[in-house]
Ligand binder design. Structure first.
Ligand code: ADP
Ligand code: MG
Length: 730
């Protein structure tokens, strides 16, 4: 029996074999596996506790002497939970997380066995880092990379089976200090934004000392039966199906969206939610998504650094917990053709230490002007750096989704809603009129009266915009479901920081010339509205008209990663990242190289899988069927039946034979193009060759003929689980 039918049989068995998931009060388990401030109070001396809390606030580095005390406290806590090993947990540029476990166990010089975790081991480790991507920053002979503790993100315990490991969140840097991960640049960008935003806030309120970007992500994913996945080598190796004919019923009835959650998936959800709560991940919502077998979860928003850690941790937890349920989570942006893909909306805002959300319209004229300032600066940042923001979400897998008429297009634009469009137009219409005392009326824009009700009204929403204002935050919707959102968040924080710095400088210059503060602010806001107008778009982002209109406006529409990535290394980008102290030129070049490499490898793997499946699954199945048809036709001929009685078989034979030949020819031609691409030395040229010559030319063509064969060949002979099975059996 083929793996496919075996798998189909398995599904009902697995369904009756669900692990039990206990219902418990969330507050009873929330954060129990985290060394949070409360636990710290319990396990640390006064001195160690104070030092830790200060460094969490970002105020002070922990000194080595106290680090020893903190490490001992953390170990004492971890041992009460049965932990035996620890690891520095980091986020290398592969896109996943990395860990290397060490035990607390050690031998003293006299041979006594003890458990130990000293300050040095907490603060810094040196994993053998030579095989993590570095984009040439580390020559292999100097393979050293260091992980360094990030005290702002608390240590936590990961349970795998019965084993428990203490994980210390760290940044990952090279011997010479260049960052090799997603966390270090994010922390730098967060700090740059903090500084810039505090300066601007202080125009309005001297009490603000700290501004923190906040992030609430929404994670979409597919859940598929494990046995079925195992019978699909493309899902196992690429996370997406490279072949598969559309099922009779796909998502056209839209009966999955917000429908009742299938029982087996529900058990899985409750299980991974419980694991997440223990880790302090504040999940709040769960629901079915549009596509069959697609779901979404979202937490309460947090400080961006913590939110990113929690998202990447969640992706790991989900995948592991799914195994217990004999399910597989697909995080890929486009696992199934013709079925919606998955994204990860990044809801982003700015919070002050005085408790104000800077992107929430205020209740007084003064706070309104503050809102308008941050609102307009964000729009201006997206306008000025749209290309870099686009590059931040570019990946081989996200290319399948952006612009596929189900996700925001690759064209970056900003949606602000009808009311705020009116406000912006109103402010703009006063350009040129001289400001005098009377014009201060404009400062008293009645935002606070009308906005709250309007924003609660969900009709003022646009699901097709890549960057939408949603009442008290911006929602960056073009981020892919597999992405480490640390990267796009680094870019967003940097461009907003840069814009705010320029804004502050312009306002100060006007004030020096004698303008009143509010008037100066208003003038710069006006100027920014005028100069960033073309990025605003309220219409349907999926429509053909928008693509035309965007072109007229001069907005780039970069559909493929190799081209979109160019924006990372322009003079503009180098200046931006250097001036804001995020990436040096060499760090930027290295990242660019790594992204290109990743792209090339991903497309290469998919091309190989296509060839492999075609040769080892599709063609053998099709040949068997072809033989049956041949046998049938020749027997009919022998029986001297008139040909009009087996016209159908003859036509079928012709079709099957044609598609078989087409699969052969195109796979061969694709292999040749791959060889050509592999010989290109320059990574940009190579990536472009893989995109334009290998992927664009052959992927769809090969798939077309394979999917035709799937629809013609005897179901018994087809070895790969079909879409109707993958998407509907669970
Ligand atoms: P929806 O967009 O589905 O209607 P919500 O508006 O309630 O749902 O929130 C969606 C996401 O936005 C959630 O993850 C939530 O935590 C996040 N969010 C809400 N407020 C903020 C904020 N001030 N900063 C960042 N994220 C936020
Ligand atoms: Mg949303």
């Amino acid at each position: 029996m083929s793996l496919r039918f075996d798998a189909v049989n398995h599904v009902s068995h697995d369904r009756s074999n669900n692990p039990e998931v206990h219902s418990q009060k969330i507050t009873a388990i929330f954060g129990e596996s985290v060394f949070n401030v409360k636990t710290a109070r319990e396990f640390l001396s006064d001195e160690a506790y104070k030092s830790l809390v200060n460094s969490i606030k970002g105020a002070k580095k922990i000194d080595r002497a106290v680090a020893g005390q903190i490490a001992t406290g953390i170990r004492a806590w971890a041992e009460t939970k049965g932990v035996t090993h620890f690891t520095h947990w980091f986020q290398p540029l592969t896109g996943t997380t990395a860990e290397k476990h060490d035990s607390f166990f050690t031998l003293k010089s006299d041979g006594t066995a003890i458990e130990e975790f000293d300050g040095a081991a907490l603060i810094q480790q040196e994993p053998d880092a030579s095989s993590f991507p570095s984009g040439g920053l580390r020559a292999t002979f100097e393979a050293r990379g260091y992980t360094a503790w990030d005290p702002s993100s608390p240590p936590f315990i990961i349970e795998i089976g019965k084993g428990k490991t203490l994980c210390v969140p760290t940044i990952f840097v090279s011997y010479t200090g260049e960052s090799l991960d997603y966390k270090a640049p994010l922390m730098k960008a967060t700090e740059a934004l903090n500084k810039a935003a505090v300066t601007v806030c202080n125009f309005f309120d001297k009490n603000v000392n700290k501004v923190t970007p906040t992030l609430g992500w929404e994670q979409e994913y597919f859940v598929i039966d494990e046995a079925l996945v195992n019978a699909r080598p493309d899902l196992v190796q690429c996370g997406r199906t490279v072949f598969g004919a559309a099922p009779a019923k796909g998502q056209q009835l839209e009966d999955h969206y917000f429908g009742s959650i299938p029982e087996r998936v529900y058990a899985f959800m409750r299980d991974y939610e419980n694991e997440s709560y223990k880790l302090g991940i504040p999940l709040r919502t769960r629901h079915n998504e549009v596509a069959p077998a697609q779901f979404e979860c979202a937490p309460i928003f947090e400080e961006v650094n913590i939110a990113v850690d929690h998202n990447i941790l969640l992706m790991d937890v989900m995948s592991r917990v799914a195994k217990r349920h004999h399910l597989v989570v697909l995080l890929h942006e486009k696992p199934f053709a013709g079925i919606n893909g998955s994204g990860k909306h990044n809801n982003w805002s700015l919070a002050t230490d005085t408790g104000v959300n800077l992107l929430a319209p205020g209740k007084t004229p003064k706070t309104n002007l503050m809102f308008l300032t941050f609102f307009v600066n964000t729009i201006k940042a997206v306008h000025d750096y749209a290309d870099i923001l686009r590059a931040s979400i570019a990946s081989a897998s996200n290319d399948f989704r952006l612009g596929a008429n189900e996700a925001p297009p690759a064209i970056i634009s900003v949606f602000v809603g009808e009311y705020l469009t009116k406000v912006l137009n109103d402010v703009e219409s006063r350009v040129g009129t001289k400001f005098d005392e009377q014009d201060e009326a404009i400062l008293k824009l009645d935002l606070h009266r009308s906005i709250p009700e309007l924003l609660l009204d969900n009709t003022d929403r646009n699901r097709t915009s890549p960057f939408a204002f949603t009442g008290n935050k911006f929602e960056f919707r073009a981020v892919g479901s597999t992405a480490n959102c640390g990267h796009p968040m680094t870019i967003l924080n940097t461009i907003v920081a840069d814009t705010l710095n320029k804004f502050a400088a312009e306002v100060e210059a006007l004030m020096e010339k004698g303008d009143k503060k509010e008037i100066a602010i208003m003038q710069v806001i006006q100027k920014y509205i005028v100069s960033s107008k073309k990025i605003l778009f309220e219409g349907d982002g999926y429509s053909e008209e928008w693509h035309k209109e965007a072109e007229k406006r001069g907005l780039p529409n970069l559909k493929t990663t190799p081209i979109a990535l160019d924006a990372m290394v322009t003079e503009k980008a180098k200046k931006l990242f250097q001036e804001n102290n995020i990436y040096s030129h060499s760090e930027l070049e290295a990242r660019y190289e790594i992204e290109l490499e990743k792209y090339i490898k991903k497309v290469q793997i998919e091309a190989r899988i296509m060839g492999d499946l075609a040769t080892n699954h599709i063609i053998p199945s099709a040949l068997k069927y072809q033989n049956e048809l041949l046998k049938n036709v020749s027997l009919l001929r022998e029986a001297a039946l008139p040909e009009k009685l087996y016209k159908g078989q003859l036509a079928l034979l012709k079709d099957v034979s044609t598609h078989i030949q087409q699969v052969y020819d195109n796979v061969d031609a694709m292999v040749e193009e791959r060889k050509v691409a592999n010989n290109i030395a320059n990574s940009r040229d190579k990536a472009i060759a893989y995109e334009a010559k290998v992927k664009a030319q052959y992927f769809d063509k090969i798939r077309y003929h394979v999917d035709k064969l799937e629809q013609l060949v005897d179901d018994e002979l087809w070895t790969l689980p079909k879409y109707r099975e993958l998407l509907f059996l669970r």
